[in-house]
Design a protein around this ligand. Sequence first.
Ligand SMILES: O=P(O)(O)OC[C@H]1O[C@H](OP(=O)(O)OP(=O)(O)O)[C@H](O)[C@@H]1O
Ligand SMILES: Nc1ncnc2[nH]cnc12
Length: 191
Amino acid sequence: MTATAPKGAPGSPGSPRELLLSRIRDVPDYPKPGVLFKDITPLLADPAAFTALTGALADLCTRHQATKIVGLEARGFILGAPVAVRAGLGFIPVRKAGKLPGATLSQAYELEYGTAEIEVHAEDLVEGDRVMVIDDVLATGGTAEASLELIRRSGADVAGVSVLMEIGFLGGRARLQAALRGAPLEALITL
Ligand SMILES: O=P(O)(O)OC[C@H]1O[C@H](OP(=O)(O)OP(=O)(O)O)[C@H](O)[C@@H]1O
Ligand SMILES: Nc1ncnc2[nH]cnc12
């Protein structure tokens, strides 16, 4: 007799992971030669997949007792806002520099080439908050690392970082270790 994984088991056909994976489109050489871009727009367009995704991320927020959600511009907004609604938590946007009207905390970080800067409204995160960072992709980890610096500088605690997918060979997990200070980094899919 041949053993088969039950429908819905992790990694089996029909599992939530397989559903999500099947809705991520690979686009070679975008936005520049040599990059395999992971396009989530097919997943966003599929209500069953989008619902499964936001439910899984909201469960992580509940499990880690988050009290606020930070979403990283721009794709982290698309995921983080419905996750916040599902988890019953407030949503805090971390934006690229120059987009927020109030007093901000800013953090510069290294990209593959050059530097970038992200900001959060200073009043949005305070001591006592437990913040879950939500994004679609963890690649080199530079963006997530800068967001953790912002959260720590605000006085808030980090409940974790939760992403749809981690591109393992780019080393983001190792880069984030120090900034996580033991908080969990979870990816629904590791590539
Ligand atoms: O781990 P890293 O190497 O920092 O890369 C991951 C980040 O890159 C992408 O955002 P991008 O800056 O392309 O912006 P977008 O969401 O506005 O497309 C992605 O949504 C993550 O935020
Ligand atoms: N390969 C990739 N695909 C989608 N988003 C990304 N952000 C950083 N690297 C990426």
